[in-house]
Every structure is written in C-alpha cells, then in structure tokens.
Design a protein around this ligand. Sequence first.
Ligand SMILES: Cc1cc2nc3c(=O)[nH]c(=O)nc-3n(C[C@H](O)[C@H](O)[C@H](O)COP(=O)(O)OP(=O)(O)OC[C@H]3O[C@@H](n4cnc5c(N)ncnc54)[C@H](O)[C@@H]3O)c2cc1C
Length: 471
Amino acid sequence: MATNWPAPTTVTGYGFAQKAHVPVVAPDTVDALAHTIEQARQSGTSIGLRGAGRSYGDAALNSRGIIVDLRRLNRIRSADWSTGVLRVEPGVTIEQLWREGLVHGFWPAVVPGTMFPTIGGCVAMNVHGKNNFKVGTVGDATESFELLCASGERLNCSRTQNADVFRAAIGGFGMLGVFTELTLKLKRVATGDLMVTPLATANIADMVSLLAKRAADSDYMVGWVDMLGSGAGLVHVANYCTTETGAPGSSLHAAHQDLPSRLFGLVPKRWMWPGLWCALTKPGMRAVNSMKLWSGARHARAGSQRQSLVGFSFLLDYVPHWRNAYLPGGFLQYQSFVPRAAAASVFEEQRLMAKREGIQPYLGVMKLHRPDEFLLTHAVDGYSLALDFPIAARRTQRMQRLTTRMNDCVLGAGGRFYPAKDSVMDASVLARYVPPQNLQQFLSLKQRLDPQRLFCTDFSQRALEPLFRTH
Ligand SMILES: Cc1cc2nc3c(=O)[nH]c(=O)nc-3n(C[C@H](O)[C@H](O)[C@H](O)COP(=O)(O)OP(=O)(O)OC[C@H]3O[C@@H](n4cnc5c(N)ncnc54)[C@H](O)[C@@H]3O)c2cc1C
C-alpha cells in the first residue's frame, strides 16, 4: 500500500535529551486510528504511541517509523455521577478528569505529579501517585478497557474478560495495542481540600522510617531530599478534609482549585523558569535547597495547613515550562524502587556514589509504594527515590558509570525500574527486575497480539527487543 505520511517533525522526551525526527499522525476518531494502523501494518512501518509526551526518556518516541499522537481522542463518553465511573477516550487528560469530576464530588483516584498527561499514557505506564502506598496505581483504579490490536481486532479487557491482556497491557508501555476506551473509577471526596502537615527529616534513613510510621494515618505522603547536602529533607503528609470552611461545596469548584497565575501575587509565573535557569548551577541549587530546608523547618513548626487538591498534587505545574531551565543539555530522571528493608541503605549509597562522581542530582523525591497485580509493574513493597540530573556532554561517561553502578545496587537489593522515567536501562536490566514468569508471559502475549512487532518505541528497542532473541 502506498502511504503518504506527513512530513517528519522533531519530537522529544520530556527531559529533552532524546529526540526523534519522524512523521507524526494524530487521528481524531478511533476509525481514523484503525486506518492508520492498517496502513502502517501493510507498509511495514512501526508505530510508537504517544499521549502527552510526559515520559522523561524515550518511551513515547519512535525513531524508526511513525509516532501516533493520541491527544485528539479526548472525549468523555459517559459519566455516572452516582458512582464516579467514567468511560473515556485515551487522550482525555488528568486535568479534564478533575475539572469534570470535582464539582460532582469526585477526584481521580491516582494522579501523577502533573495534570497534563493523558489517561491512555498513564495506564500504559501504570502511573502511581503520592498515595501509592494506600490505593495502588492507576491500574488499580481501572475497571476495563478496549484495546485496538495490530491486526485491527478490538479486545475488551477487564479482570474477568481477557484478564491476561488486562494485567499485561496496564504497565505494558504501549506494546500490546492502543487503549481506545478506558473505564475508570474516581474517588468520592467531601471537599476539594487536604490538610497538609510538613515534617523535617535529618537524613535519608530518617525519612524512610517516618514514611513507614505515618502510612497508616495518611492519605498522601511525599518526601523531598536535599541530595546536594547531607540528605536532610522535608516530608508532606496529607489527609482529605471532610468539612468545608466556606460555603458547602465551595472548594469543589475550579475557581478554588486553579493554580495562581502569579507567584506571591506579584511575579508572573512565566518569568519563573528563566529565574530557575539562572539558579541551576551547583552553588545556585545548594542555596535554593538550603532555603527550602530552612523554610520547611519553619512551616513544620507552624503545623498543618489546608491546601487544595490541585495545589498539593501538581506542585510542578506551578512553574510553567520549568524543564526549560535544564536547557541546553536537558535532564535525566533516575527513579529506582527498592524493597523496604534495603531502601535506606540503597538510597544513601546512591547519594554517596553521585557525590563521589561529582554529578549530584538537583532534585530528590521519595515515595512509599505497594505491590500490584500488573505483569511489568515497577511498584514494590517499599520506596522509590526519583533523582533529576542535569545533562552535560562533558560528563556523559561519568553519568553512564554512575547509573550503571546505581542500577547494580538497586538490582542487588531486589529493586525495580520504571519505563516512564528511564533513559538508561538495557534489556539485561529489564530481564533482571521483572520476575521470569511475568516476562515470559509478556513476551508470549506480544508475539500473539503483535507478531510483526508493529508497536515499538525507542525505549522498547533498547530494553525489550533484544529479549525476543534470548527468550
Ligand atoms: C512533571 C512530571 C511529574 C510526573 N510525576 C509522576 C508521578 O508522580 N508518578 C508517575 O507514575 N509518573 C509521573 N510522571 C510520568 C508520567 O506520569 C508518565 O510518563 C505518563 O505515562 C505520561 O503520560 P502521557 O500521556 O504523557 O504519555 P506518554 O509519555 O506520551 O506515553 C507514555 C507511554 O504510553 C504509551 N501510550 C500512550 N498512549 C497510549 C494508548 N492510548 N494506548 C497504549 N499505549 C499508549 C506510549 O507508547 C508510552 O510508552 C511525571 C511526569 C512529569 C513530566
């Protein structure tokens, strides 16, 4: 079949470091999507699926074929506000979900740290939120989906129908087919606010034990670690508010939730990333982190405060285009997931390794997790630490050495990794952290549903494709 793909455009991962210059097709109906898949199949062109492109590395890039951008499939097909169950197209964003649901008293059960991802992209990565320890991942809040396969077949999948595909496609990073419709259950909330308590921690081990201690009584928890210093930090624990302070239902409205357009009521937010860019040097970030620790300790003394769900959940969205501060080199996020018993020592070792290499991360974020039923899941009964490293060409080798050593440390402790954040793992790493029977089942399903391996990305070429030769 002769195919006229659009002219190539350059698309990047969220961290800017990885790019693809390829045709991007953006269908606006499921039929148009099915037609694109058929054209690609007949012309032997591989397809990389892409939602909002919020994966940090190359998981939503495909340098070898075309990219299919799913953001235009963004309709909410039905909503039952007596139960909070929604049927949505894959391009519906987290922002659309909360804007639609909150006025009815429903909030997405699991949200990542930004509201811009699509639900298709979130389910494909099985994203977690600051409440992972309590409610699991977005897969746990997913009741069913329709998967459009490479053959054109549409499979209905749930815990009772095609359950094997259900458990594999959630977290299967777009390898088995395209989610064309998803049924999700939102969480009922009495108000749009959380009561947030800041708590200072002296070091990484202290944060690990504080998160364990507070888990039973908290709805959300997240810790920020000063990785440029001694690992001191700040934990925020939060609980849903059950009563309003204003008129009934007032906090459920978008006007109460929307992030302010100016910082301290003065500085337009669009000026913030250039300010951050100037501070993004080791001495600059040391100063920023020291200020953060100092003001955190003050807030901790002041006690708990009410905060909107949006304000607490999407902190990074306060600073539009914050990632531009990492230009020109971009940045790499390294997130590892480590079982409870080893977490404190592995994360402390990572801090020391980075210090020894002289390439310390500017940001460190810790969360508590729980295991789930999905084949390739990153979630463990333990903790994760996400580290943001600025990238500079002059230290590529040192960076590679550091991530290889950190990987060994994580794998030695029975830890895992997360394709949404990854830029460095190869197939041997994936094969070590995914349980062998899960990996075998996933590869068999890929072979059954997509024998031509039509769906592929730069991440899958790096971390999955070699396994078809060895397994
Ligand atoms: C500021 C920031 C904060 C973040 N915080 C968190 C966090 O707290 N927790 C967390 O878990 N993640 C977090 N992330 C990562 C982000 O949530 C995930 O990368 C998510 O997958 C992004 O969704 P997306 O729509 O941008 O998908 P993309 O990044 O475009 O794609 C993700 C994957 O999904 C596949 N895909 C996309 N659409 C479909 C579809 N319809 N059917 C099948 N496969 C599809 C793609 O091929 C790709 O493999 C964060 C990212 C950023 C930028």
